[in-house]
Each structure stands twice: as C-alpha cells, then as structure tokens.
Design a protein around this ligand. Sequence first.
Ligand code: GCW
Length: 730
Amino acid sequence: MRRPLRQVRTNTPEPTDLHPAWLPPEVWAAIGARRTLICGQGLLIDTVQAEVEQAADRYGGTARRITAEADLPPADLVLALAADLPRPRPADPPPTDSKATVAEAAESKPAALTPTDSEAAGVWAALAGARAELATAEALGAEDFVVTRHHGVTVVVAGAPAGLLYGLFEVVRLGESAFGRGHRVRVCRPVMARRMLDHWDNVEVHPVMGQVERGYAGGSIFWREGGPRGDRDRVTAYARLLAACGINAVAVNNVNVHATEARLLTERLDDVAELADLLRPYGIGVHLAVSFAAPVVVGGLPTADPLDPAVRAWWAETTSRVYARIPDFGGYLVKADSEGQPGPFSYGRDHADGANLLAEALAPHGGVVRWRAFVYNHRQDWRDRSTDRARAAHDHFAPLDGRFRDNVIVQVKHGPIDFQTREPVSPVIAAMPHTRLAVEFQVTQEYTGQQRHVCYLAPWWSEVLGFRPWGDQGGTVAEVAAGGGGLVAVSNVGDDRFWTGHPLAQANLYAFGRLCWNPGLRPQAVLDEWIDLTFAPDRCADPDLLRRTLHEIMDDSWRSYERYTAPLGVGFMVRPGHHYGPDVDGYEYTPWGTYHFADRDGVGVDRTRATGTGFTGQYPAPWSEVYESVESCPDELLLFFHHVPYDHLLHSGRTVIQHIYDTHFDGVREVEAMCRRWEWLARLVDPAVHARVTERLREQLRCAREWRDQVNAYFHRKSGIPDAHGRTLH
Ligand code: GCW
C-alpha cells in the first residue's frame, strides 16, 4: 500500500555540524516515504506533525492532520489520540472485519471491495480494529500508546499527546518492520513515570569545575560564561533526542549551586523559562537546582531556617512567581548539607524539615522537590576507623522515613559511596517504604573513564535495577523506583559535536532513557537498537561485521574497565580532584572517607557488624548475612565489605593477589582487542566518528596500561608476593 517513492533528497545539508546521534535522517525513511494521518490537537501533536512533515518532505510521503469528522484519505500510518479517532459516518465505506489479526493484515486486500474503495475502507477497517483492541486494553495513561496493524495500515493510538510522541518514536525505532507482515499488537507504557536527567552545568564557569562539573564533552549546551548560551537549535535537537529515548524531565543547572546559579530562581528566571519553552514541545519538563540558602543569598532574609514563617512565606511567594512564568515547571532539586552546600543542619533542623519546606511551597502548583540523599562528612579524619562514608546516607535518611510530604522525592545514588565502577546497591533503597525514592545513576563517566574510555554502562545499571534488596521473595530496585520517584541520571552531554565527546558514549545516554522506559530490556538489545538507529548497518557494506564488532567492543566494556582499575569493589584509587587515571593511595589519607586500607598483609574495608563499621547491618536479610560473611560475600564486592589477606581464596579459586594481577593483565588485553577491532570498521562508519573513537581508544589503552602497572606494582610491593605467571610487575 506504499506510494511509489518520489526522488529521495539525500544531500540536504543538516542545519548544524552536530552529529545526529540516534536520529539521523535515514531512520525516518520508513515513515517519510508513506502517507501519514495525524489526528489530535495540542502542542505535542504539533511536534508529531512537524516531525512527520519533515520526514515526508525528505522521503516523498505525506503528513496530513485530520479531524475526527473529516473525510478519511488513504493512509499507511495513522497517529491518533484515542478521543480523536475518526468514527465512520453512515456514508463512509463500511469497516471490514475488525478482528482480522495483525499477521493477516500486512498485505491483504479486502476481497469484496473495489481497488478504489479498498484503500479508504482499509483505513476505516484499521481504525475499527484499533478501536476494538483499545476497548479490551487497560485505559491508556498520559504517556502510553498502542501500535496495531490492520488491513495494511499501521495505527498508533495514544491517550494523550505525549503518548503519541512516544508512539511516533517507537515507529521510528521499528522502521520498515512497523509496516511489515506479522506485526504484533503492542501496548507500550513506561515503567517509570519520572525519567530524568540532571545537568551539572554551571552558568558561570567555575574556577575548578569549569562550565560543566564532571563534564567530559566540552561546554554546556545551556549556558556559557555567565549567561544563556542561546543556541536554540542545539537545545531543540537535544530535546528531540531525549524524547526519542524516553526522557521526560531535566534539571538545567548543577546541584552545587553557586552565586549566579542561585539567581535562576529569581531575577534570572527568564533564562530558565526560555529553556522550558524549547524543551516543552518534546514533553520535557524543567527542574531547577536551588540553594537551600536562597532566602538569605537571593532573598535578603537573615535566615533560611525551614521553620521560620518568613522563610516559608518567601519560598511560597518565590515559587508562585516561578509557576506564573513557567506553568508546567517540574520542581526543585536540592543538594543540602553535602560537600559544602547549605542545608537545614545549620539551623538544627533535619532533612525532612528542609525538604518539607520546599514541598509545601511547590504543592499548590503540582511540583515536586527532589532532595538528594548524598549526605556524608567530607571532612572526616582518616585516622578515625569508626566513621564509614558508606553508612552516611542510611544513617541520615532511614530514620526520617514517613516524615516527608507526598511531593518530596528522596533521590538516592544507586550505591552507598559514589558512582564507582562496582558498589553494592545502596541500603537506603530498601529502608524507606513510606517515602518516594528515586534512584540516581551517573551517565557522565566521572569514575568510569570520563568519556575517553569505552564503557557501556547499561549492563551495570541493569544489574542494579534487577537487584532484589529483600532477596528472591521481594521486589527489585526497579520496582522501588517505579513505585516512587523513578530514575534520574547525571547527563553526559556537552557542546561537543558528538554530544558526548566519545561517540560511543552516546549509547549510555540512549540506554539510560530506554531502561527508564523499561528496566527489563536486555542491555545487548538496547545496544542493538542504538546501533540500528545510529549506524544504519543495513546501509553499510558489511552490516554483520559492523554490528558484531560494536557488540564485541561495547557489550563487556564495563567489565573490562573494572578489570584494569580498582579491584573487587574496593573503589576509588583514582587521582584526587579530577578522578581520572590511577593513584592507588591518592585518597588514602584524605578527609573524603574513601579508603582501601592496604598494608603488607591485606586490603579492603571491614564493614561487618562483627568487627567493622557495621554497615552490613543496614541491609535487610538475606543481604545483611550474605555480605557479613567473608565466605558468602560475592567476589566482586569482597573488598568493599571485608579486609582480607592477599592469599585469601576467592570463589573463583584464585587468591586475591593473583586475581588482582590476572584481571589487570586481562583488562589491558581486552582494550588492545578493542583497538584492533575498531580498525576493522574504518570503512564502515562515518570517518569523523572513526577518527574520534580511534583517538580516544589510543588514550584508553595508554591509561589502561598505566592502571595495570600502577595497581600491580603497588600490590606487589605491599605484599611481596610474585605473580604466579612470572609477568613483569615493575
Ligand atoms: O561524585 C561526586 C562528584 C561531585 C558531585 C557530587 C554529587 C556535583 O565528584 O563533583 O557534585 O558527587 O553527586 O553531588
């Protein structure tokens, strides 16, 4: 039922030099070459229309907006809001068998109809089929959609405009297969209602942290040197990419709120509103990181005490002004009493008092406050073995469970320390059943190679999301998040032309969005989606080689990174400050609470109840027991929970010291293999992408060798134990 292609315009210049990431023009070919009808009203439906029009313009199809009452022209794709689905009038051709299965539908022509009638009747029949399916499906929520196919017409029906936008991007992902035989009826709903990215972007360049704190892809896409960057096209392109992978919220400034950023809430609110205007057409709500001390630093009050009536009034009034300017504003994000940020402790109040103050101001407008649980003492005395940073979030927050207002979301880092390559799941996730929790990940690769190393993080996130804090009988981390505040991650995007510095790091951003939508997706399957969209393997000379090689390089890259960096869950060992590259003792005698305690006999942190810091007691059974015992503790977390001698035998059958040597040699070999494999792709991927990745791989290899040699030399010197295989340890 496709119209013959008009000439395909392939040489239209892109509006900017920006890499199109997972939305290159080709992914629109299947839609763009067809006749699409769009039914519904609203800003996001206008976006759907504009997207389809652009595709049709390029690939020779059509995009027509119709109303429920209009005549129904022939179509290959209908994108409709359920309430606006056209209904047949007496004079219209009768719908044919609405129960026709999707498999039958593909190329079938209703036999009783003349060819001229058949197309219009086919659309009616398809709509009738979609309607019948909707009648049996559960009601569609605001972001849900159904994809069906009847009588050669693919129909996407959504309950609300956002759902139709996501439905459109689902058809983009499906490509030709959305119009093929044997297409199943699919009801798609996001598992997480809240799917958010936090930008650690500064408005003013910070003297140490720069324009983007922990940013490895250039400057900010939002801000430049003290003001808005003003690059509207880039922000729109970003919003599009986010919507296409399912993200629906962003925080536009760093959680470390400095003087200029504090004013985004008040006199610089227009700058935020401008971003909200650009993000809104793609269903993305804007949040603002605010300073808890805002009543003092921008409001001129003598105090920010959460129980002070003048402070409450200030927040209420300020928040009303925000909503008057940005009616769909999402809410506030707060890092309080953490790493020098102000908070309620200054006034003898606790985090519930602090969060509830802002929640009260936001509640009348439907906003939420996201209050981070990343609270610990960063001025610890390293001599004091009783203080354990891993315990801090639970110690501070678990006792407050039940005290937070409904519109507070406590945002918890997925591990108890700080986005390391390997950590256990944070015990806070299991400790606050009466609080809405969001789980926080780090897409920006602060501790995982800073976008100079290939490190596909979806397998790591997937492990965390599937973890069952209460054992096999209980729910997963994903279920806790889904029932609460959803998922949130620190963005890895900057003003780099590849968005993420390392072009392969785009996969992490894409995968985070997709795992928010459905945490059950397999990381390899997500990678396949990303490869299909980004590299269009079918159009290259050797699709199998391209796909296979990207999988070989990326699937296990997180584990490779783990192998050549800090061993067995002990964490850190990075250069202080910028956190790149090895420095085994870099944090050992600092106030930051991140120690490994290596001596001549052994290594690791004793966090047991029996002899250590008692951290294992923050977990419910069975994990409190599993982690407590050196016998049952999983190898990969052994040094996180226990201090063991170097000749301690792991479940793997190797000693700890031999494991350290072996994995470090293995890890580097794996990076060498990555480099070789990447060379095979020289003629199969965009030369600019190839060159950039080649350059990064070179650095990854250099750095991996440095990690290997420093870690192996360090432990060899401490332990005096030689490598069983006699390799050079320096
Ligand atoms: O991992 C640490 C980073 C800080 C960051 C902090 C946080 C924004 O090193 O740069 O500050 O986490 O999560 O707040």
